[in-house]
Design a protein around this ligand. Structure first.
Ligand SMILES: *Cc1c(COP(=O)(O)O)cnc(C)c1O
Length: 429
């Protein structure tokens, strides 16, 4: 029989086949597909969130030794317990307690396959019929995709560029209703590169308390702060409102491929335990796959043996690169950066389309940029802000200079004639 005439019963989920359009990965795949192979200049990647390929961000050899030792010990060849192996949970509890006003127990820590799986688990646990959660805009699209996948309603509150990307807490209060269960914050910020002050985080906790909701704190960039605000974990305010902290070794150790993350109950008052949220997290983890056991086995040594020098070096490179990024963008007429980055690996840049001749939106800008200049930048629409760009500065500083120089040439070439003439007059004055 012809395949065409046979009626098969299965159908593809439309929301999944189109899901790649709204993920960072899906968008970058599209842009990478547009790279012109005959361009002899090296491609400059300013769209990614994974700098592990660059020698200046290479993980410390002691962490690699920890993995090798873990494998050689032959103790971690089996399945791990649902929540992860005890020595790893103990090491993470101690590591995170160093920054908190109370001590976490290993039982507060659940190991996950990267921070991504921690997001999946927490959103699955919260997705009851009728419930809704509040998400930041701009934000990290995995939250929207995952919530949609779990049929959990989400509503957006804005981050305010003129206030250093602080949360519009009035909007949070206005958006919430009796069915709101949680709000998500990402600190240090992706995509904005901001770091929240102690005072602002306290207000977030007080708002959550008033609304009777929990705070989901994505701290995958924890301690990656190089501006004036030090990193303060949201768990500091866990006694005001319950906090679930998500993190991983992906960003601070620059090993996203090792897939080791955590979901931590930072709730000293025990509200989440009383309300059986902790039990449902364990139930969800029971049906999930775990991070590789030998990676779990290596965690105590990965954490203990990584010296401050490694982190200081990463922070210094990021501080220098973020400065280059901020200064070079200032020199480009059609781009503005409302807030100098002070953490994570990204900065949000606003496009002024009225100064450009033949660019219709942020996607068009990024598509033409990759074709003409072999530079990849993420369109802001991917992270929720149309006609903005997200620029990654976590690359070798020399390539960053090269890439931003090409962005400038591109913008000059596409500038409106009137703008070009004005600039010429200005230069002659
Ligand atoms: C990279 C990233 C994640 C995912 O982290 P993994 O540990 O690689 O799964 C989650 N949240 C944000 C904001 C990120 O930037």
């Amino acid at each position: 029989m012809e395949n065409g005439s046979k009626q098969w019963r299965f159908k593809a989920r439309k929301d999944l086949t189109s899901a790649s359009d709204i993920t960072v990965r899906g968008m970058l795949n599209k842009l990478h597909g547009a790279i012109v192979a005959t361009d002899t200049r090296p491609t400059v990647f300013l769209g990614h969130g994974d700098p592990s390929a660059f020698p200046c961000f290479r993980v410390t050899p002691t962490a690699v030794d920890a993995i090798v030792d873990s494998l050689r010990s032959a103790k971690f060849n089996g399945y791990a317990p649902t929540v992860g192996v005890l020595p790893a949970r103990r090491a993470i509890a101690e590591y995170l307690s160093g920054n908190l006003p109370y001590k976490l127990s290993p039982d507060d820590v659940n190991l996950t396959s990267g921070c991504s799986q921690a997001i999946e688990v927490v959103l699955s646990v919260l997705s009851q019929p009728g419930a809704n959660i509040l998400l930041p805009r701009p934000g990290f699209p995995a939250y929207e995709s995952r919530a949609a996948f779990s049929k959990l309603e989400f509503r957006h509150f804005d981050l305010l560029p003129e206030k250093g990307w602080e949360i519009d807490l009035d909007a949070v209060e206005a958006l919430a209703d009796d069915n709101t269960v949680a709000m998500v914050i990402i600190n240090p910020g992706n995509p904005c590169g901001n770091v929240y002050s102690y005072q602002h985080l306290q207000k977030v906790a007080e708002t959550a308390r008033r609304l009777g909701i929990m705070v989901i704190a994505d701290e995958v960039y924890e301690r990656i702060a190089f501006g004036t605000n030090p990193f303060v974990p949201m768990g500091t305010f866990g006694s005001i409102a319950p906090v679930i902290t998500l993190g991983s070794i992906s960003k601070r150790w620059v090993v996203p491929g090792w897939r080791l993350g955590w979901l931590v109950i930072t709730d000293p008052s025990g509200v989440l335990k009383q309300n059986k949220i902790v039990d449902s997290i364990h139930g969800c983890l029971n049906i999930c796959s775990d991070p590789a056991t030998f990676i779990q086995g290596a965690i105590p040594k990965v954490i203990e043996d990584t010296k401050e020098d490694f982190f200081k070096n990463t922070i210094n490179i990021l501080r220098q690169a973020s400065g280059i990024c901020y200064e070079r963008i200032k020199e480009i007429d059609c781009l503005t950066c409302p807030h100098k980055p002070e953490g994570s690996m990204f900065v949000m840049v606003k496009l002024n389309l009225s100064l450009l001749e033949d660019i219709v939106d942020d996607f068009d800008f990024c598509f033409k940029l990759v074709k003409e200049e072999n530079v990849v930048v993420l369109p802001g629409i991917t992270v929720g802000l149309k006609n903005w760009l997200r620029v990654t500065f976590a690359i070798e500083p020399a390539s960053l200079e090269d890439g931003l120089g090409r962005v400038k040439s591109f913008c000059v070439r596409h500038a409106k004639e009137t703008v070009k003439n004005q600039n010429q007059n200005h230069n002659q004055e």
